[in-house]
Design a protein around this ligand. Structure first.
Ligand SMILES: Nc1nc2c(c(=O)[nH]1)N[C@H]1C(S)=C(S)[C@@H](COP(=O)(O)OP(=O)(O)OC[C@H]3O[C@@H](n4cnc5c(=O)[nH]c(N)nc54)[C@H](O)[C@@H]3O)O[C@H]1N2
Ligand SMILES: Nc1nc2c(c(=O)[nH]1)N[C@H]1C(S)=C(S)[C@@H](COP(=O)(O)OP(=O)(O)OC[C@H]3O[C@@H](n4cnc5c(=O)[nH]c(N)nc54)[C@H](O)[C@@H]3O)O[C@H]1N2
Ligand SMILES: [Mo]
Length: 774
């Protein structure tokens, strides 16, 4: 591990630092830098879709769009390292359990299907057919298909996801927890009743036309680096870019585009945000409500602020919102937002003066108790001036995983719409289950209660990504069988059920050869563009199966005797799967033909046409009170004599969710370490401690359960008082299972009420529990 240091980062995001980091990423994965170009040819018209993030590409055809974190994602998959049976022969699972998350993934690509052998406490190789037979035996022995749980992470292709939901529903359950439940679920929950669609309405063209772009709770410099290119261009042509974030994220401040030779040669850079509002964690609701109150006040003062025609023709509920805004008190809005009244009014004036406005948001908005209401507030703000369904304007929830939006489109959802089930019934001739299934948090609860018995995961790292880590581990260990379809070894494989399987699959960058020849898969990005992705690299091992093949063979083994679906025929040629997708979803008409065009096609988005598929057939204004009963409010009320902080958990620049690439967070000035907690210097003083001291973090919750994460270093930082920031997944033991977003069930991992106590044991002897999560 590199030297540990904290050193303020002065440069722009991107630039030479990004280029250096790419070289290091390749070397780390034992990939020769020379000749790495093909290996990394993501986002070419005939290449693979970058497995990094869901940000779209310009025409999907421009020259290789340089993206530091995209390269890291591809390099992690293209690594020369192998986690083969010899590795498992060397280590018992107990030994693997004691390794860090970083170490586990760093062993490289899995090469063989493996089964857990309890006698030796080791994983040993198994034949594919035997693995499928074992799963089928368990599934068919369950008294009720609703005892089985089928998780999905958002890298699965449309073809894999479609077959998977089909198999699971024909098997008999809607238990589909997925990474969306922990991510943008509140965006869908908020937007569907408001706009009649659960997806953003804007395209990249709109980014070229927007006069102002508001960015709430998002860190694109790290998580969507290609978005910075759009923001930079917008800034250069004079658009206002307004960021709301408790942290001063470097990527939202300045960016040097590695594709711009002049900028690189002159060490120049472009500012990104024209305005930066460092609000309090969870303060967005109050800010947006205050902005709307200001707009109404200006309107009352005789200015032309609202789009009355739009409101009259296209919306419902405005009077109720108006009354609610008038009744709202500025002092409450200021108190809860952490911004001054003048700042809120300033933000509102930027909004008012911009003819066309886009509002983007990320995890800083969704992972709170009141996220659905906050998202509807952002929607209200847009609707007040008709900023939906016209050029340069609209809501833009920025999705995470590269195909998380597509997986939902394909039916990976525990609450399937009736129309989807009816269609599946008609096309495939079986009676799909109608009852809603379990989401991520209720799946964990069901396993804890002994109701969930078989846990199957198509990708992801459930044991590390989910809240209340040790409860989740208890839940997984109570299962009869846990199965993971996966590319690399991770925590979820060593926190296992009585029986357990690891099934290694092809990654998206790899050539997928089936009986009908080489196959491509399709994905949908954050702006509803659907396109083909072709792997170009040789598979990491000849034993690997594609995800569609794994699902189809599992289906054949489990329900083949009663299913009318020709599972194995479908995977000979994935265009057959796409024909079935077309048969189920009208929006995929002529799917194979349309996706064959370079760049693919855009799915219809009714809200962007001002067609509102809501109950009232109008876009809806929603009035909500300012949340004053959040977990943090309750904790502060209970512990009056102690300083209660609100902790946000976030990603470093060197990780992809639970995959830790390295121990630096360059833009935040953290090097060689991850167990740090960012805190205001005055708060350190108030605690009677000093910068660099070690603390334990404890959750303040009222169920008598102790939740703690030990041994974090205090780092004095530019963050509002009373707020803390630390990295995920190390902090997931602190998130109570019951702390979720209302009406969405998303873990509230951006607002954990905590106290800090001096670290009790010497740093050399960390508590056993956190060894695994270092
Ligand atoms: N390289 C890389 N790319 C990724 C990922 C990755 O881990 N690494 N993950 C992918 C996935 S699945 C997702 S969902 C996205 C995640 O991308 P983001 O949505 O950017 O997620 P986070 O890193 O959690 O950052 C959240 C941001 O919100 C801010 N924030 C926290 N609380 C609040 C709040 O209350 N209000 C406001 N206004 N801001 C707040 C934080 O300071 C931080 O800047 O990225 C995707 N892309
Ligand atoms: N505290 C806290 N918790 C959070 C968050 C947070 O901000 N704070 N963010 C939440 C969010 S937004 C998300 S999306 C979830 C992420 O939850 P997940 O999607 O479950 O987690 P990942 O870390 O993305 O999964 C990484 C694993 O995916 C596997 N993998 C990689 N590529 C492939 C592939 O092509 N196929 C298959 N089958 N497997 C593959 C690898 O084995 C790797 O170990 O975490 C959530 N948890
Ligand atoms: Mo996510």
């Amino acid at each position: 591990m590199a030297d540990q240091k904290i050193e303020f980062y002065k440069g722009p995001a991107g630039g030479w630092g990004a280029l250096r980091s790419v070289t290091n990423a390749l070397l780390r994965q034992d990939i020769p830098v020379k000749g790495a170009k093909t290996l990394l040819s993501a986002n070419q018209p005939d290449g693979f879709d970058c497995p990094g993030c869901a940000w779209p590409d310009r025409n999907h055809a421009s020259s290789f769009e340089f993206c530091e974190n995209g390269v890291k994602a591809v390099a992690a998959e293209a690594t020369a390292r192998r986690a083969d049976p010899a590795l498992f022969a060397k280590h018992t699972v107990a030994e693997l359990m004691a390794k860090s998350d970083f170490w586990l993934e760093d062993q490289g690509r899995l090469t063989h299907p493996m089964v857990y052998d309890a006698a030796s406490d080791k994983y040993v190789a198994i034949e594919w057919d035997d693995a499928f037979a074992l799963i089928a035996k368990h599934l068919n022995a369950l008294p009720d298909p609703n005892r089985a749980i089928f998780y999905t992470s958002g890298r699965a292709s449309n073809e894999a996801a479609f077959l998977y939901q089909l198999f699971v529903r024909e098997y008999g359950t809607n238990n589909f927890p997925d990474c969306s439940n922990m991510c943008h679920e509140p965006s869908g929950s908020g937007m569907r009743p408001q706009f009649g669609v659960g997806k953003g309405t804007v395209t990249l063209d709109d980014f070229e036309k927007a006069d102002a772009i508001f960015i709430f709770g998002q860190n694109p410099g790290t998580n969507h680096p290609r978005m910075l290119g759009e923001l930079r261009a917008a800034h250069k042509r004079g658009a206002r870019i307004v960021s709301f974030n408790p942290l001063r994220e470097r990527g939202l401040e300045r960016f040097a585009d590695p594709q711009d030779k002049l900028e690189m040669a002159t060490l120049g850079s472009t500012p990104i945000s024209t305005h930066y509002f460092q609000l309090r964690v969870g303060g967005d609701f109050a800010v947006v409500k205050g902005m709307m109150k200001h707009l109404l006040e200006r309107e009352d003062a005789g200015e032309q602020v609202l789009d009355h025609d739009f409101i009259a023709t296209h919306t419902s509920g405005f009077e109720a919102l108006e009354a609610d805004l008038r009744a709202e008190s500025w002092s409450v809005l200021v108190q809860e937002s952490g911004l001054a009244e003048a700042q809120i009014r300033e933000a509102a004036d930027i909004y008012r003066n911009a003819p066309a406005v886009i509002a983007c948001w990320g995890m800083g908005i969704t992972q709170h108790q009141n996220s659905v209401a906050t998202i509807q507030m952002i929607g209200n703000l847009l609707l007040m001036r008709g900023n939906v369904g016209r050029p340069g304007a609209g809501p833009c929830p920025v999705r995470g995983h590269s195909n998380v939006q597509g997986d939902r489109t394909m039916g990976i959802w525990e609450k399937p719409p009736t129309a989807l089930l009816d269609r599946l019934q008609r096309v495939f001739g079986f009676e799909p289950p109608r009852a809603h299934g379990w989401d991520t948090v209720s799946s964990i609860q069901a396993m804890l209660d002994g109701k969930g018995k078989v846990f199957f995961a198509l990708g992801g790292n459930f044991a590390a990504a989910t809240p209340d880590t040790y409860e989740t581990w208890k839940a997984l260990r109570q299962c009869d069988l846990t199965v993971h379809v996966t590319t690399k070894l991770n925590r979820s494989h060593v926190v296992h059920g009585r029986e357990a399987l690891i099934l290694p699959c092809l990654g998206r960058t790899e050539i997928d050869m089936q009986a009908g020849g080489v196959q491509g898969v399709t994905v949908e990005d954050s702006m509803s563009m659907v396109h083909l992705s072709h792997g170009m690299n040789a598979p990491a091992s000849p034993q690997l199966l594609s995800e569609p093949a794994i699902v189809a063979r599992l289906a054949a083994a489990t329900i083949g005797h009663r299913s009318k679906t020709p599972w194995l025929w479908l995977i000979e040629d994935y265009s057959r799967i796409r024909d079935k997708i077309e048969a189920v979803f009208d929006d995929f008409k002529d799917f194979n033909a349309r996706v064959a065009v370079p760049g693919g096609f855009r799915l219809r988005n009714t809200a962007s046409e001002r067609v509102w598929n809501t109950a009232s057939k109008k876009a809806g204004f929603f009035a909500h009170p300012v949340p004053v009963d959040t977990p943090s409010h309750r904790a502060r009320a209970r512990l009056r004599d102690t300083v209660v902080f609100t902790l946000l958990t976030t990603r470093s620049h060197d990780q992809y969710n639970t995959t830790i690439y390295g121990h630096d967070d360059r833009y935040r000035g953290v090097f060689g370490q991850r167990r740090v907690v960012f805190i205001h210097a005055e708060d350190i003083k108030a605690l009677g401690m000093k910068d660099g001291d070690w603390v334990d973090i404890k959750t303040v919750w009222d169920d008598g359960h102790e939740r703690r994460a030990d041994r974090f270093k205090l780092v004095a930082y530019n963050i509002p008082r009373g707020n803390l920031a630390a990295y995920y997944p190390e902090t997931n033991p602190l998130v109570p299972l019951a702390s979720v977003a209302l009406d969405a069930g998303t873990p509230a991992s951006k607002s954990i009420p905590v106290v800090l106590v001096p670290h009790a044991v010497p740093a050399a002897a960390p508590a056993a529990a956190d060894v695994a999560l270092v």
